[in-house]
Write a protein that binds this ligand. Sequence first.
Ligand code: DQA
Length: 147
Amino acid sequence: MKIYIINGPNLNMLGVREPDKYGSTSYADVVNMIDGHCKSLGVTPVFYQSNHEGDLVDKIQEAYFEGASGIVINPGAYTHTSIALLDAVSATRLPTVEIHISNVEEREDFRQVSYIRAACIKTITGHGVSGYNEAVDFLVNYLKEEK
Ligand code: DQA
């Protein structure tokens, strides 16, 4: 089973950016953590991070064309602005879990909107970077039950 783990803008800056909100683990270490977790579940992860909206749309479409079973996505700030990412997930109809490291519900008003959420099977917020592993667990269990 192959799943795409997609991260949006500024998530390559993990460990550097606002550690009070996003923790001190680097993006590379987060990838290693998720990779180990996926392997322990017998799942093959495909990692991608971009600061560019259209590239994220392309990667969501690629997940579909490459026969992925599902997607875990942290769209970063595009969560709150991007109908294109919502449409991409809707188009693929791949089970998708939205994850945010910080507790967006307790932050600014402009973070209270998530366009992509309407197309997602689950949203995880505020559990730090371990939320990625929770997202993988949820997706894998969902896919097993779906069969
Ligand atoms: C984020 C929350 C977003 O509001 C923010 O723009 C990010 C990171 C999170 O993981 O908590 O870039 O998605």
